[in-house]
Design a protein. Structure first.
Length: 315
């Protein structure tokens, strides 16, 4: 019997999906690809495959999981299997450079960014911004890896030459102009089956750790206000989203055969939208979804179930 195969490396981020698949009585199997092999001389099993591999896998001790997953995806695609978020999705997942070039190709504005390898190159890249505030981030990131805000080259110099400098797993540090928003929040747009599902407003006043997954919510560990409750939730589903940018996002996802994604943007003081991240291994915040009555993993499970039923009819 055919089933849904979930390609991933983090059970905590997959439990919410398997719960929904169980609710809908969808047969599935998890492929946890922190290690393993791919026999290229054999054909893969029949079924529907959904890739949830994460760029931040190395932070959980799974350094080569994306490379292994990419090999599996090429193998699946070679044999004509139905794959949600295939090889192109993982290319975008592990490279913000690839993301920005793809966004720009579709007329979507991104912050001014320079990719640098080596500490001297990082300092040279920052000097090109001519004294403006900037941030550093990792090219292969997730979870806000390497994100630091600087107002001077001297501050950056102390950081890259000090003990706190985080070496990117692929060696590429991005130097990016800092977009000053009038209010401390960003917007994350969620897409399922290539179509807009909802947008969530994310409060950034506590820092750059913006992963919406419930497993990422770590209480007061990084909260500068201690145990005091926030005035409003960090994640809140909203309705007022720019329709033009949503249309551009959908067109970009379609062109790259990406079915499930979370795309983040920020507005500057003039209302200009800058898109800075594509998450093809998207997660959802349970509290925000419960408040709005919209559930991303449920919608994904419904899509996978429908595709599996469609396959059964053609056999």
């Amino acid at each position: 019997m055919s089933k849904v195969y979930i390609i991933h490396e983090n059970t905590e981020w997959t439990d919410h999906l398997t719960k929904r698949l169980n609710e809908l009585n969808v047969p599935y199997e998890e492929w946890h690809l922190d290690q393993g092999l791919v026999n290229l001389s054999e054909a893969p099993p029949e079924g529907i495959f959904y890739n949830r591999m994460s760029a931040s896998s190395h932070t959980r001790g799974h350094r080569y999981a994306p490379e292994l997953a990419a090999s599996v995806l090429y193998w699946l695609e070679r044999h004509g299997r139905k794959v949600y978020n295939g090889s192109r999705a993982i290319q975008l997942e592990v490279s913000k450079v690839a993301q920005y070039m793809t966004l720009n190709e579709h007329g979507i504005k991104t912050p001014k960014t320079t990719a640098a390898v080596g500490k001297e190159a990082v300092l040279d890249a920052a000097a090109q911004l001519e004294g403006k505030p900037f941030i550093t981030k990792h090219n292969r990131a997730g979870k806000g890896l390497g994100v630091q805000l600087f107002h001077s080259i001297e501050g950056l110099k102390q950081y890259v030459n000090g003990p706190d400098f985080e070496e990117p797993v692929d060696g590429i540090t991005l130097i990016q102009e800092y977009i000053q928003a009038p209010d401390p929040y960003i917007t994350r747009c969620e897409f399922v089956n290539g179509k807009f599902l909802y947008a969530v407003r994310v409060d950034t006043s506590e820092g750059f750790e913006l992963c919406p997954a419930d497993a990422c919510q770590i209480g007061d560990l990084f909260c500068p206000v201690g145990e005091e409750a926030p005035a409003k939730p960090k994640f809140q589903i909203v309705d007022d989203v720019n329709e033009e940018i949503i249309s551009k996002y959908e067109s970009m996802l379609k062109a790259n055969n990406v079915k499930v994604a979370g795309i983040e943007f920020i507005r500057d003081a003039d209302g200009e939208i800058y898109t800075y991240d594509i998450n093809t291994n998207t997660n959802y915040n349970g509290d925000a979804e419960a408040e709005a009555g919209k559930y991303g993993m449920l919608e994904i499970a419904k899509v996978l179930k429908a595709e599996l039923e469609k396959m059964a009819l053609t056999v």
